[in-house]
Design a protein around this ligand. Sequence first.
Ligand code: ATP
Ligand code: MG
Length: 591
Amino acid sequence: MVTRQDIGTVTMTAPESTAWPTVHKSPETVRSANLSDYDETRASFTWAGARAQLDGLPGGGINIAHEAVDRHLRSEVRDHAALRLVHADESVTTVTYGDLSRLSSKFANVLRTLDISPGDRVFLLLGRRLELYVALLGSLKHRAVVSPLFAAYGPEPVCQRLRLGNARVLVTTRSLYRRKVAPLRDSLPELRHVLIVDGDEPGTLDYAALMEAAPPVYAIEPTGAADVALLHFTSGTTGTPKGAEHVHEAVVMHHATGRFALDLHPDDVYWCTADPGWVTGTSYGVIAPLCHGVTLVVDEAEFDAARWWRILTSEKVTVWYTAPTALRMLMRSPGTPRLDHDLSALRFVASVGEPLNPEIVLWGEHALGLPVHDNWWQTETGGIMIANFAGCDIKPGSMGRPLPGVEAAVVRHDANGDAIVTQDDQAELVGSPDDVGILALRPGWPSMFRGYLNEEARYRSCFRGGWYLSGDLVRRDADGYFWFVGRGDDVIKSAGHLIGPFEVESALLEHPAVIEAGVVGRPDDVVGEVVVAFVALRPPYEPTEELRRELVGFTRKRLGAAVAPREINFLDTLPHTQSGKILRRELKARS
Ligand code: ATP
Ligand code: MG
């Protein structure tokens, strides 16, 4: 069953929103959740009220590192474990809030000694190790702009970002410096200081010696709410990554969403699996949990299913924030995880970064004993905008509803995908529930990006008719739940229909043989684009002609012939961005 809607000359096809059974929460779960009555919380919420839950600096303004760390020195949180660093050999180092405050103050003093001014950019190329957290928070204390980079980038992407961002300071390891920066250092004239955390190299400074000599107290100077704090590069899923600039008052959003969307409570042991080189790994892998005074688990190693089950068990993780790709990999684990591992501490699971197929939400219920809560946001939004909440029912396949304080809408677009704006500069919103359009957000939430680095015109073009336009296509159902259709660029135009790849991928995933699917449009003279699918199979399924035919038939039955893939290709694994998203543009090139 589909609903149809005219958009210019094409027809948008959207699935019925009630195809999967709603996941209901028990009264006990609802009672204990930070957000249990959605409408009531939204109605009473104000950003000023959210800001009042934080401290502010004694001398005025607001500083992320003060709210995340130093604020806790006045309470018993001071002696709580802030970080539990799980090393490669699975030994664990615990760092308290008091320790983290001292260490980050030392780093802020190091920057002062090196004559780094507020606004100068400090880049971190470190992997998830203690120094990353210390340098990040210390840079924020000193009001430098900090940009954590993903350590798996090659030399060119690293140096490209250092150049684009006019890096003044780089903190890194010996081996990363040797492999990725030293060969191109001559092309980085602005880079004044390289601090090496594990030894020394010609032309660099010894981090340990500087830290040893630095005083452990640092009084944060007045910090403006709109002072730039962080520079984050987007994932580069659709092309060249953009550098999004974020400000200190973003911490109000991080705190509020940590409370509502991640349901953080004071005794939680929280694990965010994203690397701080991506915005998720900073907003929710450093700032939000520390603002709440919870214990943050950091795994220094890369994904490994058996290791992840061990960490969830041994660290007694209560709240877990991860991504669809990781969950799909865990779905390959044999047996029933909740029977094979002690997951009794786990009480809330959330996911972000890519559409979460309904299949995964329900796998969570069966395999973990808990449904997975999808939420949506982007590097540009700096924080979670739309979420499924601990205290609210889940409609599997939906991203949930806007956070308190966030106004989201669905804007009509023309046949080229551009927003339709009236002559008096008002964006036209879609007329009825389930109509598909561009996901738009009303500017004014505190973690909104304030610029794309060196790309002022591109930044301005994101705002039209009173809204920030996200570039993603969605629909909102009659209950106010948002459903992801696809990125604007990924939507397939075929024989007069607009087809969202997510819908087709989710249908493929319902087949037991399919573990991952990517769907793209291949240009076609007759129908515009034909739907082409790439699938990875769950062992022991083998790619056979028979299975191919079966999958075509299977999706036709679910979606109809106009929407089902015309062609299915088998791949061992799908190509991913370094942040773990399916790279549809690469599939498109192969189609
Ligand atoms: P680039 O902008 O460089 O192409 P990117 O958009 O992948 O890369 P990010 O800011 O890391 O960079 O990702 C945000 C995008 O990820 C969103 O705009 C959306 O397309 C997708 N996304 C994030 N969360 C979800 C979700 N829950 N459901 C569907 N899509 C999501
Ligand atoms: Mg993007």
